[in-house]
Design a binder for this molecule. Structure first.
Ligand code: CA
Ligand code: CA
Ligand code: CA
Length: 170
């Protein structure tokens, strides 16, 4: 049996990936996320940053599909997500971090990362909001990720946090 708190948390993570809310995760959701991020930060799809973001989104989709799309129909249903993705991600969070890293790296760049690959907590909150995180949650998450309190969040802080978020303890 699955406890209800666990179910609720899984549902929230599934909804984060299912950007268009049609009940399954597929490539279109990742393209939509990339497109929304570029629009939010006035970046062109054809720019170097735009191309990196779309490339990272495609890599994240391929990685997720490799883990979760058990019947190979290029769609991850909620059942596939729960039975395959979450269990395997939980068993191997480092692998998930590597799958997500190119997208997160590119997203930080689009959001105006400086030379060290870090963005302001405010800009990170905008990224999270665009990806469907409620604004207040996005602000508190962004602030919490700035563990050294310098007002900026870098790749080294965000990649493991992203993996932790999707590896839900039972
Ligand atoms: Ca979808
Ligand atoms: Ca499938
Ligand atoms: Ca920091």
């Amino acid at each position: 049996m699955v406890n209800s708190e666990y179910e609720r948390r899984i549902a929230a993570r599934f909804a984060t990936f299912d950007q268009d809310g049609n009940g399954y995760i597929d490539r279109a959701d990742f393209n939509a996320a990339a497109k929304a991020l570029l629009a939010e930060f006035d970046a062109a799809a054809r720019s170097e940053k735009g191309q990196s973001l779309y490339g990272g989104a495609e890599a994240l989709w391929q990685g997720m599909a490799g883990i979760a799309d058990r019947d190979g129909d290029q769609r991850i249903t909620r059942e596939e997500f729960v039975t395959a993705a979450v269990k395997r991600l939980r068993d191997n969070p480092d692998r998930f971090a590597e799958i997500a890293r190119p997208f997160l790296h590119a997203a930080l760049d689009v959001a105006g990362a400086d030379g060290g690959g870090a963005v302001g907590a405010e800009d990170l909150a905008r990224v999270l909001t665009v990806l469907g995180v409620p604004e207040e949650t996005a602000r508190s998450v962004a602030a919490a990720l700035d563990t050294d309190g310098d007002g900026k969040v870098g790749e080294a802080e965000i990649v493991p946090a992203f993996a932790r978020y999707f590896t839900v303890p039972e």
